[in-house]
Design a binder for this molecule. Structure first.
Ligand SMILES: [Zn+2]
Ligand SMILES: [Zn+2]
Length: 122
């Protein structure tokens, strides 16, 4: 019987050590995930773009090279030159214009003008 008891204690000790290690790994991973999430939350809450209905309410016009209302001849988002008849959305705060599709995608992620970084909301 004397040879059984030390083995039993050894197995017990090994099990406890494994459990401590597993719990340690779980706690470490969990706290790391939490920290990561809180940073991600801070980034998204700081700038989560503009609601689609607000973007859609921005003034929209067709590009006409004869009467250039827009200061630049190309869209800074896709770097393409405007062509006559292109649908352009002009930001009321700064007067910068962009393709309708480009600025809608941009403002889904950002709430500032891609050209001058002026905040459109808040
Ligand atoms: Zn564009
Ligand atoms: Zn601008």
């Amino acid at each position: 019987m004397s040879s059984v008891k030390p083995d039993f204690i050894l197995v017990h000790a090994a099990l406890i050590m494994i459990m401590v290690a597993v719990v340690g790994i779980i706690v470490f991973t969990y706290s790391g995930t939490l920290r990561h999430q809180s940073i991600a939350n801070r980034i998204t809450s700081a700038d989560k773009g503009i609601e689609k209905k607000v973007v859609e309410a921005l003034p929209k016009s067709a590009y006409d090279s004869d009467r250039r209302k827009i200061s630049t001849g190309d869209c800074v988002i896709c770097l393409m030159e405007y062509a006559d008849g292109d649908k352009i959305r002009v930001l009321p705060e700064c007067g910068h214009g962009f393709h309708v599709g480009c600025i809608e995608k941009w403002l889904g992620l950002q709430s500032s003008c891609p050209s001058c970084r002026r905040k459109l909301i808040g």
